[in-house]
Design a protein around this ligand. Structure first.
Ligand code: DC
Length: 228
C-alpha cells in the first residue's frame, strides 16, 4: 500500500507522515530529505547554484539512502555518511528549492523514490507524490495550514534545533520556497484531484494522524490493518 502526503513547508507533513508510518509499520520516505541531501553536496562542493549541468552530474553520481530506525526515526545517508542533522541547517533550507526545481534532478530523485516505495508498504511525503511519483497511490492527502501558522511551527522547530533564526527570516524563507515550489515548470506543488485536503491550522499532530488513519481504514478490507 502506498500513502502519498503532499503539501507546503510547515504544514506538518513530515511529523504526521513519520507517525503514521510508525503506527502502520510502513516504511517512511521523506522525499524532501533527498533534495536536501543533494543540496548539501552542492554547497559542500562549492558548486554554483545556477550551474545546472554540474548539479545534475552531482545528482547522478551521489548515493542517497534513507534508513528507517526501529524507534521510528529516520537516518539520511549521503554517499554513506549520516547527514540527518546537516540537511536541516538554514543554508540548506535556503537553497533546496533551487536544486529541486531542476527537471533532470527531479527525474533522478523520482526514480529513486519509486524504487524505495516499491520495496513494500510506504508512506511518502513531499510536493509531487500524489501527482507525479505515485499517481496511483492507494491514498492521497494534501496537508495544508495558514501561512502564519506554518511560519510559527517552522520557527519553533528551528529554535528547538538550536538554530539562530528570526521569525522574519523563517517567514521570508517560507514565502520564497512556497513561491518556487508552486510555480516551477516541472512537477509544481499542487493538490492531486483525488487527494483528501486536510487543513491542520487548528489541529494537533495527533488529531491529524487520527484523521488520516480513519480515512485509510475506510478503504481497507481487513478489520484492523496493521495498526500498533
Ligand atoms: O519537505 P522539505 O521542506 O524538507 O522539502 C525541502 C524542499 O524540497 C522543498 O522546498 C521543495 C523540495 N521538494 C520537492 O520539490 N519535491 C518533493 N517531493 C519534496 C521536496
Amino acid at each position: 500500500m502506498i500513502i502519498a502526503i503532499d503539501g507546503p513547508a510547515g504544514a506538518g507533513k513530515s511529523t504526521v507522515a513519520k507517525l503514521l508510518a510508525k503506527k502502520l509499520r510502513f516504511l517512511y520516505i521523506d522525499t524532501g530529505a533527498m533534495y536536501r541531501a543533494l543540496t548539501l553536496k552542492v554547497l559542500e562542493t562549492k558548486t554554483n547554484i545556477n550551474n545546472t549541468d554540474r548539479i545534475v552530474e552531482l545528482a547522478s553520481n551521489s548515493s542517497i539512502n534513507l534508513i528507517n530506525n526501529s524507534d521510528g526515526s529516520l537516518k539520511i545517508l549521503l554517499d554513506g555518511r549520516d547527514v540527518s542533522s546537516d540537511i536541516r541547517q538554514p543554508a540548506i533550507t535556503q537553497f533546496v528549492s533551487d536544486v529541486a526545481k531542476i527537471g533532470e534532478v527531479r527525474r533522478i530523485m523520482v526514480e529513486l523514490q519509486r524504487k524505495l516505495g516499491q520495496e513494500g508498504d510506504a508512506v511518502l511525503d513531499g510536493r509531487d507524490i500524489g501527482t507525479v511519483v505515485f499517481p496511483n497511490a492507494d491514498k492521497k492527502f494534501y496537508i495544508d495550514a495558514d501561512f502564519k501558522e506554518r511560519v510559527s511551527r517552522r520557527f519553533k522547530e528551528s529554535v528547538g534545533l538550536g538554530q539562530k533564526v528570526s521569525f522574519e527570516d523563517v517567514s521570508s524563507d517560507l514565502a520564497n520556497r512556497d513561491n518556487i515550489d508552486s510555480n516551477r515548470k516541472v512537477a509544481p506543488l499542487k493538490k492531486a484531484d483525488d487527494a483528501i485536503y486536510v487543513d491542520t491550522t487548528s489541529l494537533s499532530i495527533e488529531e491529524v494522524v487520527d484523521k488520516l488513519l480513519k480515512e485509510i481504514q475506510k478503504n481497507d478490507q481487513s478489520p484492523n490493518p496493521n495498526i500498533e
